[in-house]
Design a protein around this ligand. Structure first.
Ligand SMILES: [Zn+2]
Length: 240
């Protein structure tokens, strides 16, 4: 007769690894803490396919168990987001502008986080780690502190009676520049990470996420290892 294990494995963490610089630093963070890493990357048909290859390279760098979860059928249903709908252009500009709302993928982090939680429960992982930070809060509702609180409640209720991983978001109140600083200190392979939403072979430098990346390295005073098509154009933050 199989029995439900009494506890989680304190040394295993599931990382939601998109392949961007936040989740790359997150992987470095948990590797530095000595966890066995299970990295989960979603293929939701995103225009920027390169990030999946980046995730693979980062997971490989840390010897993580890496799983690309095929959510393309789900992504195909998400009309209207610039990241999944070829008819919607990826906007250039500052990431805090209203135009960046077109890069919201409906409910994306809620879905990905719950996939990771399921993997965590199945593997008795102590931790499920998410890489959102304060700079995401402007645009993405499912990157805000209220979302993390609600997710923790949901995880406890949805898995009642099973050893349940703790949802952690250690960068939740950090700026992206803080992440660049932390990543550099941890020797995270930020050169392997991918941010650009446009789907080209080189970072464009002017879409919201490229600009945020450029700004983060600059504000942190950390050398930016990224090649950009345009590393010169500047945008200013909108007045709030
Ligand atoms: Zn870009």
């Amino acid at each position: 007769m199989s029995q439900t294990p009494a506890s989680t494995d304190p040394f295993t963490a599931v990382i939601v690894l998109s392949g961007g610089m936040d989740s790359t630093t997150l992987t470095a963070h948990y590797a530095a803490l000595g966890y066995q890493l299970i990295a989960v990357t979603a293929d939701y048909g995103q225009r920027h396919r390169q990030e999946i290859e980046s995730a693979r390279a980062v997971a490989n760098h840390y010897g993580a168990d890496h799983h690309v979860v095929d959510l393309r059928g789900y992504g195909a249903l998400l009309h209207g987001s610039a990241l999944t709908d070829a008819d919607v252009e990826v906007p250039d500009g500052h990431y805090a502008e209203d135009s960046m709302r077109s890069t919201v993928v409906p409910n994306r982090n809620a879905v990905l986080a719950n996939v990771a939680v399921g993997v965590g429960v199945a593997n008795r992982a102590a931790t499920v780690a998410l890489g959102m930070h304060a700079g995401d809060h402007f645009v993405y509702p499912d990157c805000r502190p209220a979302f993390v609180d609600a997710l923790r409640s949901l995880v406890d209720v949805a898995n009642e009676g099973f050893p349940t991983p703790r949802v952690e978001a250690p960068f939740l109140t950090w700026s992206k520049a803080d992440i660049a600083t932390h990543g550099a200190r941890l020797n995270a392979p930020l050169d392997l990470s991918w941010s650009c939403y446009k789907g080209g072979e080189t970072h464009c430098g002017t879409c919201g996420t490229c600009y945020e990346r450029r700004e983060a390295f600059r504000d942190a005073g950390v050398e930016d290892p990224t090649a950009y098509v345009d590393s010169v154009t500047e945008f200013t933050a909108p007045r709030s």
